[in-house]
Structures are given as structure tokens and as C-alpha cells.
Ligand binder design. Sequence first.
Ligand code: FES
Ligand code: FES
Length: 158
Amino acid sequence: MEHEITLVVNGTARRVTVPARRLLSDCLRHDLGLTGTHVGCEHGVCGCCTVLLDGEPVRSCLTFAVTVDGRDITTVEGLAPAGGLSAVQRAFAECHALQCGFCTPGFLCTVTALLRDNPAPTDEEVLEGLSGNLCRCTGYQNIAKAVHRAAELLAEES
Ligand code: FES
Ligand code: FES
């Protein structure tokens, strides 16, 4: 059985018809063409598929699309202002916090929410905040550095 739902994705209402068991990650990627959200483990472990649901990070591979009917979703495509990069994205680029980039969309969503809630995190808070996202390429030093750099950039912006 299929369900017609509306997802407000990156500020735009998107109407889509999905089976009840359609994962939000698949809905975003395959139904809406937003392939910036990556899928790694599909078991809720790696954090690659993290998006913001009403501003809070969630695993889109563990979320049925029908359960978020009418809700606000921000994917990596929606983090940046038009024609530019967000402070978090600029910090990741500046600090070489990505290699293959597969995990990066999930990190960017997680870090965006982390710095909104805690604009000046300690080293420990950064590591705790990143602990739900796995990177198989780079290790975490540059990613942690990028979080602090993003905090600086956001402070300068505000
Ligand atoms: S793909 Fe969702 S947590 Fe790994
Ligand atoms: S940069 Fe390759 S998995 Fe993180």
C-alpha cells in the first residue's frame, strides 16, 4: 500500500507517494533526487545518512518516510546559503576534514546542529558530539579541528 506524504525539504514542500516501509534515506535519494545524503551501513551505526529533522540530527536509514509526514527536513544540500558554503562546510574544506567525502554529509549535519546548540564546545564536547558519526578514511583529528574552526567562523559571522 502506498501513502501520499509531504516533506518540507530544505524549505520546500515536496509531495511524494511512498510505500509504508520506504526509508527516509531512500525517499530523499531516489524519490526526491537528493543524493547528497549518503547511505553506509543502513543499520544506524555509521551516521553517514544523518539529516536534520526539525533541526535535530536523525539517522534517515532508521526512519520511515511516512513517519515524518509534514515535518521539516534539512539535508546537506540545504545547509549552505545560495551560491556559497556554510561556515561548517568552509571549515571542513579549510581543515582538510574530508578525504573520500563519503561520511562528510552526515558530519556536516551533525556539526551544524552541535554548534547551534553549543557555539563554543570544548575538545571533549566536540569528540562527544562527533561520536555518532564514523569516518573510515581520515581519522578524527582534522574533523575535530574543523568543528573548532567552524565555531570561530560562526562567531565572526554573528
Ligand atoms: S547508513 Fe544510516 S547510520 Fe549508517
Ligand atoms: S572521508 Fe572517507 S569515510 Fe570519511
